[in-house]
Write a protein that binds this ligand. Structure first.
Ligand code: F3S
Length: 69
């Protein structure tokens, strides 16, 4: 069975660049200040794993963690 991924945004590092939301809108939500947090509990739906890694690698603040469960 494939590993299930989770995304997590570190709120102390996020500066609101919003690249995560642009690249993986299914996985991230922005608050009223433009800072991101993971959608739901951060679980990455099947088929969106590449977007999770893409968002992580494109965050200028290195605020996104992708973990394998
Ligand atoms: Fe924040 Fe990085 Fe997204 S700074 S808004 S987690 S691209």
């Amino acid at each position: 069975m494939a590993e299930r991924l989770k995304v997590h945004v570190d709120p102390d590092k996020c500066q609101g660049h919003a690249r995560c939301k642009a690249l993986a809108p299914e996985l991230f939500e922005l608050d009223e200040y433009g800072n991101a947090h993971e959608a739901g509990d951060g679980t990455v739906p099947a088929g969106l794993e590449d977007k999770a890694w893409l968002a992580k690698s494109n965050c200028p603040e290195i605020a996104i963690d992708v973990t394998e469960e």
